[in-house]
Design a binder for this molecule. Structure first.
Ligand code: PMP
Length: 360
């Protein structure tokens, strides 16, 4: 089986899975407890925060561990909206954000906030000028994803951040970095991004853990009230095994980024070249898209039917395999996820450097 669904989730590094099991078995103390077992867990948590911060190039106290990017996105949008309601009640986002952003914005609208949802162009992108045009005196937050999980479109987030800092410095900027981190460079130290969400399982870490980078000095209304863990932003006993494993995956993602990106672009190029040979097929991903996502439409049949057909044929018939890059190892095979809400004819697949024969 060749796994082509890395935008949905990635298989964990073996070492990461081992870390989860080891930390879970040995370091079960509650980091808030003052006895030795608790202190050991607290030390692991501190270390994981340092490792994660180093991978992102930020300060450890700017990292809030969460239960994944859905939670991070909710925390950023609702936390800012509630904190700065006195300043204004206008939010800006784009129409192709992940549901955890769009639905959070919708919830705030139902509670009396207003939102501008920017349309994207034919390549799935927005421009800094569109953001500038949508700004109002009562705008408190702009939220734009770095890389779209379905099309691979790369949004100009650093340019948008710079524009906001120069022309509307009180407006906060949140970036959903889930699909960009570890594949594309991103600078959080420049100060143009105030909040940044990540999910561990998109980086070969465990599911159910993520983080929100919150720029130092920025206050949010916490969504969870309780014991005050994670600087008061995320009450609840910390999931030490997952947090430690996540920090390991983050370090690996950051360390090997350039080599991985080069390999992914090569793999993506081969895949697109193969797909271009099929006349009924259109590649929709922008030419300058993210290195790991390919989005295509097939006019011959509905995407779901195509998916199942490919699933069957891929094992046996070369025609379906025509679209596969030569370096893909046929021992690992599975077909892309289909989102029938977007279009019945669209399919997208995502690759990871591990799709290379040399790495499997
Ligand atoms: N944002 C983006 C861009 C995503 O691709 C995903 C996962 N599909 C999320 C947020 C949510 O992540 P999680 O499901 O881990 O909470």
């Amino acid at each position: 089986m060749i796994y082509f669904d890395h935008a949905a989730t990635t298989p964990p590094y073996e070492d990461v899975a081992k870390t989860v099991a080891e930390v879970m078995a040995r370091h079960y103390g509650n980091p808030s407890s003052l006895h030795r077992l608790g202190e050991e867990s607290a030390k692991l948590l501190d270390r994981a925060r340092e490792v994660s911060a180093a991978a992102l190039g930020v300060r450890p106290r700017e990292i809030v561990f969460t239960g994944g990017a859905t939670e991070s996105n909710n925390m950023a949008i609702k936390g800012v909206a509630l904190q700065f309601a006195g300043r204004g009640k206008h939010l800006i986002t784009t129409e192709t954000e992940h549901p955890s952003v769009l639905e959070s914005v919708k919830q705030m609208v139902s509670l009396g906030w207003e939102a501008t949802v920017l349309p994207v162009d034919g390549e799935g992108k927005v421009t800094p000028e569109q953001v500038r045009g949508a700004l109002r005196p009562d705008t408190v937050l702009v939220s734009v994803m770095h890389v779209n999980n379905e099309t691979g479109a790369i949004q100009p987030v650093e340019d948008i951040g710079r524009l906001l800092k120069s022309s509307a410095p009180r407006v906060l900027f949140h970036v959903d970095g889930v699909q960009g981190f570890g594949k594309l460079p991103i600078s959080l130290t420049e100060g143009s991004i105030d909040l940044y969400s990540l999910s561990a399982h998109k980086l070969r870490g465990p599911k159910g853990v993520g983080l929100l980078y919150v720029r130092e000095g920025l206050q949010l209304v916490p969504l969870l009230a309780g014991g005050g863990q994670e600087g008061g932003y995320r009450s609840g006993t910390e999931n030490i095994p997952y947090i430690v494993a996540f920090s390991k995956a983050l370090r690996l993602a950051a360390e090997a980024r350039d080599a991985r990106t080069t390999k992914l672009y090569r793999l993506r190029g081969q895949l697109i070249q193969g797909l271009a040979e099929i006349p009924e097929l259109t590649v929709n991903s922008p030419a300058l898209g993210a290195p790991h996502i390919v989005h295509f439409s097939y006019s011959g049949m509905k995407a779901e039917a195509l998916l199942h057909m490919l699933e069957e044929e891929a094992f046996t018939y070369p025609p379906a395999r025509r679209a596969l890059p030569s370096e893909v190892n046929p021992a690992v095979f599975c077909w892309p996820w289909v989102n029938p809400r977007i279009s019945p004819h669209r399919v997208f697949g995502s690759v990871w450097a591990m799709n290379m024969k040399s790495e499997t």
